[in-house]
Design a protein. Structure first.
Length: 531
């Protein structure tokens, strides 16, 4: 009798322990039939991503019961016996892992996620939800029955120094919300032009584009690929061979660590493909979250649009969101805007700026020294579109012997301003090389400064043209240059003075000779009289 009593006490103790454990992890369920899992992220890349919830334990009469789908996991991965006690043993196994966010719990969630994703045929999610923008954040909601869930956002996160995990476990209680903050980050891409999101460039001059992302978290991946795609507009020409890639500051090798497909006449896309990233980052031991930096160059060409509409090129990354690779994941597109600028040359007589002077000739330079020396081969070359329109020429246009009129001389007309387009932000020197008849020619070049301000997204906000120290904020970007009437008055030390001096000397010398000759004649005459 004593033995039976001891066994009964022991059994009741075990039951009490199990009930106590259940009470710790399982809140009371009453009222409705569903609860909500809410996953929130600060990253815009989370937008549109699918969150899948898999029910590991369901609720039956207030107790957790192992879902049949996960019996194989606990048998194969946790070495539990497949018998009538499997459900309670599985519960005890999970309960013993520790408190929320303990390392053991996080590693267990990753292990379960890897097992779920490896199953063939695939395990169907109990519920899914897609992330959408909400109050400055991005939120996915999944409505499910009460239970204990593995929550898996779409794969492909890159992580950071405090990345947490994108495999999560949570309890779902009736009529309540299980809130999860997603700490991991999906791949992002950002692009700048010469260090800014907005830029103003001169036709034919090279611009440097910089694209940045981060080394991804490749845990649970067999293969991880990243393909960067930049789509160029017709107004931009890629500079062949200009792509350079670094990871963690170290230069990568083309055709070894990455491949490049350059734009061509039938394709306006530049692609840089980091195939099998795992191999390269593992060999070099680059940490998750280190910088991937890609640079390349392009030029504004003859198709570039002036001022109003920028040349907008777009970059995105396609990446692996499945363990065996592929390119199914996609980042948000990042855009940059490149503008080119124009000025309108207004040549007029002093005191009458509503009139226009024709036949004044100008050259435009990038450097003051070249302008002052009138260095012809340093002057900017233009395509003369017509009598009142000059556009900066490309190197290809200058080299070609086509039908275009290439010139470095801008000639004014008497019917209005002369438009000069294809210029970039910066300082130019405008030199008048020939003045209209009857007018003086300025001796010094004019300093033309083009300034621009851009919004954070690269949109042009304001632009100004300054001639010497006078700013002109008019929408037509007019550069006013006046001429004063009259020829140059003579100065001292000129040829006229030299000639006058020479003539004077000649006159004086002639008079001296005449005086000597007269004196001699007089002397001779006096002598004859004396004789």
């Amino acid at each position: 009798m004593q033995g039976i009593k001891k066994k009964l006490v022991a059994a009741l103790t075990v039951v009490a322990l199990v009930v106590s454990a259940l009470a710790t992890a399982l809140p009371a369920y009453a009222g409705g039939t569903t609860g909500t899992i809410t996953v929130t992220s600060n990253s815009k890349e989370f937008k549109g991503k699918t969150v899948s919830a898999y029910q590991v334990f369901k609720v039956d009469n207030g107790s957790y019961v192992l879902n049949d789908t996960f019996k194989k996991f606990f048998v194969d991965e946790c070495s539990l016996a497949d018998d009538t006690t499997l459900s309670s043993k599985a519960f005890e196994y999970v309960h013993a892992l520790g408190a929320d966010d303990d390392e053991n719990v996080i590693n267990f969630a990753k292990k379960m996620r890897a097992w779920v994703l490896a199953q063939d045929p695939a395990i169907a999610a109990t519920g899914t939800g897609n992330a959408a923008a909400s109050s400055g954040k991005y939120v996915a909601q999944v409505t499910v029955a009460p239970g204990y869930y593995l929550v898996v956002p779409a794969l492909g996160s890159t992580g950071n120094n405090d990345r947490g995990t994108d495999a999560m476990l949570t309890n779902v209680v009736v009529d309540e919300t299980a809130n999860i903050e997603l700490k991991s980050e999906y791949p992002t891409v950002s692009k700048t032009i010469d260090g800014e999101h907005g830029s103003m460039g001169q036709i034919g001059k090279e611009l440097t584009f910089t694209v940045k992302s981060k080394v991804p978290d490749t845990t649970n991946y067999k293969t991880y690929n990243m393909k960067f795609t930049d789509t160029f507009t017709d107004g931009l020409t890629f500079v062949p061979g200009s792509v350079q890639v670094t990871i963690g500051g170290d230069a990568m090798k083309v055709n070894t660590d990455y491949t490049v497909t350059e734009p061509n006449s039938g394709n306006n896309k530049l692609t840089i493909d980091l195939v099998d990233v795992i191999q390269h980052i593992t060999d070099s031991k680059y940490a998750t979250g280190e910088d991937i930096v890609i640079t390349y160059k392009a030029k504004l060409n003859e198709n570039a649009i002036v001022d109003a509409d920028p040349e907008t090129n777009e970059v995105k990354i396609n990446y692996s969101n499945k363990p065996d690779g592929g390119y199914d994941g996609e980042t948000e597109i990042d855009k940059d805007k490149v503008y080119t600028f124009d000025i309108n040359l207004h040549k007029y007589a002093a005191g009458n700026d509503s009139a226009y002077l024709a036949d004044a000739e100008f050259k435009l330079y990038d450097n003051e020294g070249d302008a002052k020396a009138e260095t012809a081969n340093a002057a900017i070359k233009f395509v003369k579109v017509d009598a009142t329109h000059y556009r900066v020429a490309t190197a290809e246009e200058i080299a070609a012997s086509g039908s275009l009129t290439i010139t470095d001389t801008i000639v004014t007309v008497d019917t209005g301003t002369v438009n000069i387009d294809g210029l970039g932000e910066g300082v130019y020197w405008l030199k008048e090389t020939k003045q209209p008849d009857g007018f003086n020619k300025p001796t010094d070049p004019f300093k033309i400064t083009i300034d621009a301000e851009f919004a954070p997204d690269g949109t042009l906000q304001t632009s100004t043209v300054t001639v010497d120290s006078t700013a002109n904020t008019a929408n037509d970007h007019t550069v006013k240059i006046e001429n004063r009437q009259g020829t140059l008055l003579p100065g001292t030390g000129g040829m006229g003075t030299v000639i006058f001096t020479v003539v004077g000397v000649a006159v004086v010398a002639g008079g001296a000779i005449w005086m000597v000759q007269r004196n001699r004649r007089n002397a001779a005459s006096n002598g004859s009289h004396m004789a």
